[in-house]
Structures are given as C-alpha cells and as structure tokens.
Design a protein around this ligand. Structure first.
Ligand SMILES: [Zn+2]
Length: 812
C-alpha cells in the first residue's frame, strides 16, 4: 500500500492511531492469530450491484482442511451487514451457523477428523457501509468520475464483502466470478478464464491459481479500457477510463522493464499469471492486490513529466515490488509488516539506480531519510513492531544500509534465499535474518537487534584535531542519542540503543591526495586516529558514501565544507554540507560555495538544495545565482530558484518570479511562483490568486498554491470563489475549513450546506474537512448543530459517527 502525499492534505496525515505493541518484540509471532483449519480455496461469486443501497448478491464456496481432530465448528470473519440466506455443505445439507458481530461460526454436519476436507457454500445478501471493504462511487455530475466500485482489503476489511479468514497468515487460492452491467469491466486477481455478455450483464471469471493472502483479493467494477502490454509472454495490462487512454501508455509502459529488473535483482521470475494496474476514483494511492494492483486515477499529462511526478517515480515501482514482497512472501502478521512495506519502499530506489545511475538512487533515499526524520521526531518506534510508524522510510533505509554492508552479491543472494524459502508462504522478521545467515554465513544478530528490533538511529557528534608534528588527525566520535521513551500502561517500552554498531569510512582531502580509513563504530565515545596525514586536511568526510543511517553534528571550517561540496559524489553528504553552509549567512565563502553548487553541481537535487539555502543569504550574494538558475534545464531547480527569490525579495526578484509565472512550462515552477509572488507583490496578490485559481495543472498544484495563499492570508473575500470550485476539485473544502477554523462563519456555513447537498461525494468531502482539518471544538459544535437537520441518511449516520469519534479523540 502506498499513500499519496498531497500538500494540502498533509494536515490529514495524522489519521487514526494504530494499536500499539505492548509485548516483547523479539517474539513477534505472538501477534499471529490462531485458527484450527487450513483455508485452501474460495470461490467468490458476486452480482446485482446496486449503487444506491451499496448492496450486491454474494455466494462463497469455501474449501478448508481441519487442523484439529474432532473439529466441530469453523470460525470465519464475516461483516455483520452480510445477511446469510443459506449455508450448505457439498452434499446439500443445510448447516447450522451462529453470528457474533463480525464473526461467523459454521457447524459442519459431522465432526471433522484431523486432515479432513470440508466444502461449504454461504449464500448471502451483501451490503457494505460505503468504504468498508467495497467503495461504491457515483458520478454525482463530477468530471473524470465514472460510476464504479473498488475493493480494499488491507489490513482486514475484505471480510466486509465476503466471509473469509481475514488475516495474512493463511494463504489460499481463489476464483472470483463477477456479474456486472454490460458496459462495465470487472478486474480481479489471476487469470481471466471467461468473459460472457448476456443481455444487459457481463460475467467475468478470474482465477488466482497460486496461493496468496486473503487481504489481497480484489475487485474493480468500472467502465474501463484495457491497454495491453506484455513481459516475456505474461500479460501486463493497464485499465483506465476511456478519457485517460491517451495518457496510459506513457505512464505505465515502464512496467515491463521494472518487472524485468526486479526479476533479475531477486532471481525470482515475476511469479503471477498477469499484472494488471487499474485506476479508480477517490483512491488513497496504490494497493498491491496480487497480480491486480489498484491505483489512483491521477494520470500525469505530458507537461507534468518535467516535474518528475510521484506516480511513476514511486507509486508504480512500489506496488510492483509488492508482487514479490508482500504477495509472494507475506508478513505472517501485522507486527512484521515492514517486511512488506520496507522492501516495497526500498525497491524503487534500486530500480532507478540501475536505470539512471547512483545519483538517482541516492536522490530516492534522501527523500526517504527526510520522511523518516519527520516521523521519528513524533515518536521513535522499532521497524518490527505492531503499528510501527516508520516501516516505509526506515525500512527502505535499513535495507539500503544492509545492501551497502553486505555488498550487492551477498545482499541479493540473501533476498533470493528469503523469497525462495518462503515462496507463496509467510515470513517473520527472523526468517529474513535466517536467510541472510544461510546466504552469507553472517548471523548479524547485532544488526537486527539495533536497527530492526529497537528504535532510533545513531546521532553522531564528531570533532577533528590535526597534529602537524605527529602528522595525524584525531577524530573524537560520540553517539549522543538518548532513550527517553516512556513505558506504556503494562510497563512495556521500546528502547533506543546507546550504541549502534556499523563500519564506515573516513575520507580526508590533503594537498598530497585523499587518505581513507575504515572505522568500526562500536562505542558510545571513541577516538579515531588517522596516521600519515602529511599536510593539514582540506576536507574531512566522516562517513564516505553515507553508509550509516544517522544524524551528524560536526563543526567544520567553511573551507572544508566548500571542498566537500565540490568533490563529494554522495547526495546525502552534499545535502548535509549545504545544511551546514546554510547557517553561515554572514560568511561570503559559504555564499560562494553555495552559488557555485547552484550553478555547477552535476545533479539537479544538489543545485536545488543550494538554491534553497541561498534564499537565506543577503540578496546581493544570492540573487544572481537564483536568477541564473531560472534558466536551468531542471524544473526542480527552477522551482527552488523561485522559492529562493521569493524569500530574497526586492524588485529584481519580483520581476524574475513574475517572468517564471508567465513563461515557465512547468506546473511546479508556476505553482511556486504563485506562492512567491503573493509575498513579493502584495498589491497584485488578489489578481494573481484569482488567475491561479482558474489555471489547470496536474493534481491542481497551481490552484492549490492559490488556495494556500488564501488560507495563509486568511483572505475571507475568497470564500465564495473557493466554494464555487468545490466539485471539480476537492481541495477547496479544506481551505473553507481553514478559514472557518480562523473565524469565518460564512466558510463554516457553506461547509455545513455541503453536508446536505445532492452530491454524495461532496457531502463526504465536507465531512472529511470537519473531521480532520478543523480544531475539534469548532467541528463538534457545527456538526452537533447540523446533524438533526441532515436529509441524507448515509451522511447523517456518518456525521453521527464523526461526532462520536471526535468526542473520543484526545485534544490535539
Ligand atoms: Zn506498500
């Protein structure tokens, strides 16, 4: 699974908190649910979908094997809204059942012996609370929104639309038969067995012939076109709306090459019968349903590619990586979920590194680092823990560190071993450690203990002293991380190691050439003596190649930093140096080092980082570099130049940014220009915001800049204009929420009115705004006042639930 990060929706990211771990971590098996049968196969037949009542008809035939002698009851998960009409075994005997909430107990006609097979069929009238298991989407007269249905199983929602064992530890094969309106397509897992149109309906049968986890059972029903591609004879299909068919090839055609690269890296050939990628509305990002990934319907247009859209850069390769990590080998329980998500987040960096070179991989992981640091500040958690908040970025970073430590041959041999040993099965974190042990002979218990089972990362404090008579440099290396984590109510607490162990390399620049030394980091404080340094160093790189996940405090002379910025090939190291130089705004040597990097660095990320740093320097030192950068070939660099000019200010900066707003071909540059110009030219801000609100762009980035400017300026004169944009766009509801939170009664009135309007979708957005984008007291007051007057039953219920949830939520 991967969630999209929209700037405007970032405030929503907090979301509901997951359950916290409160038992010993090393025994993560503890979180695996017990059951007394082996789920073998399910045949899931669904039809008669009704969008108004979010209902359908279902019939599920389950094959299972008893794992207990004398088994007299089968416990399945089944959503309480599914109404069973008949439960019968293969012989036609009606079976007795019992229901408790989301639990169904089926009593076989006779007790089963150990190893006995039972086949039984549950016929039911299906209904979902929209969004639980199935999401029914109505067009509501909105653009780019055909009527559709999509399923979402992970973590445990699939039982809301078919009875099953809704936990990842027991895999099965399945068949899905869907009867849908004749103009619709139904996409599911595995091989398409048949596709028959009769009258006004069409019945498609899909068969998933290799076992996988039940949370990966998937169904999408929508009017879709199939764009066919292939990899080595395996169908690779892209299902999109008719209106998106021209955009699909450019976006998705990278897939066969990614399949090829992942197959080669893991030495495990793509394991499934086909790979489908299907786009749907209102999706949170992507979901790796086995051989049938579901994705958000935000296909980039041609112009958007210059801004390196998130979709092909991360989303497509992330979900594809799950076909191996998550779907082929699956975490046995949710406490080991990093095995799914860490690998899926790690693999795109490997792909881009192979395709575009080492800088592209470093660029990719630099962003993972940024995300991880943000998350860790909120709460340090171990990778292998239930509800861990950092499994995506820290998972990717720890795997990249392991790859660097082991070297590529040993790393990929270990990964192959892991995949091969648990093919079509499940795994724990220790299974992965065992695979590394078997492939390399290294136990690495310390690595798992420090980086996977405990929280945090080393925080290095380094000082350097050169002795010109002894010709040696002494580095004092301290680890300063502290364990301030609190115990929970049961007394359990996560720990942060006082000492992290890892080898790294120190590189010194000298007049006579570079001196390098390998260092085993292994103590809270250690001295590292580097002999034979014949002349004073011109730079000191503490962790050459950035092999260790860390923060670094190291006071260095500007001259050392300037040399490193010019010479260091590693992008994380360069970004760290730029961060150091950025604080030296009165130092002209720092300014010229940054200006030099902004113009000459061989990778765009460094040029952009240098420009952002220059934004804090005196205008005279920075405006020329930022102006020159407006002609850079990289849109990311031009965006950074516009940001910098916005901060630098002055008439010249203002004219340059206006030029970028008028002439640049990149959406992101123009979006940044709106943000900058609103500050640079307050007199022209109104006209600019009005123009930007009407400007089309990928993912509405230009419009979003204008909306953010409205919120930032608390400009309530735009309330009506923002409200008129609701429908074609979702973002304005959050601006109304922001203005309402700051006292605009009119904005709140408009949002309340949207809770009562005809478009179900917009009602949902308005409720989201109250639920997630507003201070709790304001939201509660308005929702309580509105709830009785609401005319749509579904929204009324949803508002009641939201009130209850807000009442239960601690003050933020
Ligand atoms: Zn994922």
């Amino acid at each position: 699974m991967r969630t999209i990060h929209l700037a405007l929706l970032l405030s929503l990211a907090a979301g509901p908190a997951l359950a916290q771990a409160n038992t010993a971590l090393m025994a993560n098996d503890h979180y695996t649910r017990s059951h007394d049968y082996d789920l073998v196969h399910q045949r899931i037949v669904v039809s008669a979908f009704d969008w108004d009542s979010t209902s359908f008809l279902g019939s599920v035939t389950t094959t299972l094997v008893a794992l207990r002698p004398g088994l007299d009851s089968i416990i399945l998960d089944e959503g309480a809204l599914l109404e069973n009409t008949a439960v019968s075994d293969r012989g036609g005997a009606q079976l007795r059942t019992a229901r408790h909430g989301d639990t169904l107990v089926v009593f076989p006609a006779a007790r089963l012996s150990f190893g006995d097979t039972l086949v039984f069929t549950i016929a039911y009238r299906g209904r979902v609370r929209n969004g639980r298991g199935l999401t029914y989407i109505t067009t509501d007269g909105l653009p780019h929104r055909p009527r559709q249905i999509w399923s979402q199983g992970e973590a445990d929602d699939n039982h809301n639309w078919f009875p099953t064992f809704d936990f990842p530890s027991d895999k099965m094969t399945w068949e899905l038969v869907a009867t849908v309106p004749r103009e619709d397509m139904a996409v599911s897992n595995g091989r398409l067995v048949s596709d028959v149109t009769r009258g006004q309906t069409r019945t498609l049968t899909w068969r998933q012939e290799q076992p996988s986890a039940t949370y990966l059972v998937s169904l999408v029903v929508a009017p879709l076109v199939r764009i066919h591609d292939a990899w080595q004879g395996i169908p690779v299909d892209y299902y999109v709306y008719h209106e998106d068919s021209a955009k699909a090839w450019r976006l998705f055609h990278v897939t066969p090459d990614m399949i090829n690269t992942y197959s080669a890296l893991t030495s495990v050939r793509y394991p499934w019968a086909k790979y489908a990628q299907t786009t749907v509305a209102d999706f949170f990002g992507g979901m790796e349903n086995v051989s049938a990934t579901t994705l958000i319907d935000a296909l980039p247009d041609d112009r958007a590619y210059q801004d390196r859209p998130w979709y092909p850069w991360i989303l497509i390769p992330h979900e594809l990586a799950h076909m191996w990590f998550g779907d082929y080998v699956t975490t046995i329980n949710w406490a080991n979920m990093w095995l799914n998500e860490g690998f899926a987040e790690f693999m795109p960096g490997q792909y881009w590194g192979r395709k575009l070179g080492a800088h592209a991989a470093q660029d990719y992981y630099a962003d993972e680092y940024r995300q991880y640091m943000q998350i860790d500040r909120r709460r340090p958690m171990p990778l292998a823990s239930l509800g861990s908040n950092n499994i995506y970025p820290k998972g990717a970073l720890v795997l990249e560190m392991l790859r660097a430590y082991l070297g590529p041959e040993r790393f990929w041999a270990s990964v192959h071993r892991y995949l091969d040993d648990h093919a079509f099965g499940v795994a724990t974190t220790d299974d992965f450690r065992q695979a590394v042990l078997e492939a390399t002979g290294e136990s690495l218990d310390w690595f798992w203990n420090e980086w996977v089972y405990q929280a945090g990362y080393p925080q290095f404090d380094v000082a350097a002293a050169y002795d010109s008579t002894q010709h040696q440099l002494t580095l004092t290396v301290k680890q300063t991380q502290t364990d301030s984590l609190k115990a929970d109510s049961t007394g359990f607490k996560f720990t942060v190691p006082a000492v992290f162990r890892m080898p790294l390399e120190v590189r010194l620049g000298t007049a006579a050439g570079d001196v390098t030394q390998r260092v085993e980091i292994s103590a809270r404080e250690q001295a590292v003596v580097i002999p034979n340094v014949q002349s004073a160093p011109t730079m000191v790189v503490f962790d050459d190649g950035n092999r260790v996940l860390k923060t670094l405090h190291f006071e260095e002379p500007t001259a050392w930093l300037a040399t490193q910025l010019r010479r260091d090939a590693d992008l994380w190291n360069r970004r760290w140096v730029i961060g150091q130089l950025a604080t030296r705004t009165a130092d002209s040597a720092a300014a010229s080092a940054l200006a030099d990097a902004a113009e000459h660095a061989d990778y765009f990320l460094t040029r952009a980082d240098a420009l952002r740093a220059l934004g804090g320097f005196p205008a005279a030192a920075a405006v020329p570099a930022a102006t020159a950068a407006l002609a850079d070939t990289s849109a990311a660099v031009r965006t950074a130049a516009v940001d910098a000019l916005g901060r630098l200010g002055g008439a010249q900066a203002s004219a340059r940014v206006r030029g970028a707003w008028t002439n640049d071909s990149s959406y992101e540059v123009r979006a940044a220009a709106v943000t900058a110009l609103v500050q640079l030219d307050t007199a022209g801000a109104r006209a600019l915001i009005t123009a930007a609100l009407g400007e089309p762009s990928y993912q509405g980035s230009i419009q979003n800049s204008a909306l953010q400017a409205i919120a930032l300026r608390n400009d309530t004169t735009f309330v009506e204009a923002a409200d008129r944009l609701i429908g074609p766009s979702r973002s304005p509801v959050f601006i109304l929420a922001a203005l309402g939170a700051r006292g605009s009664a009119r904005a709140l009135d408009l949002l309340v009115a949207h809770l009562n309007e005809e478009r179900r979708t917009v009602r949902g957005w308005a409720l989201q705004a109250f639920r997630y984008a507003m201070p709790r007291p304001v939201a509660l007051e308005r929702l309580r006042a509105a709830v009785d007057g609401l005319t749509h039953a579904d929204t009324k219920q949803a508002v009641r639930d939201a009130i209850q949830a807000l009442e239960a939520q601690p003050e933020r």
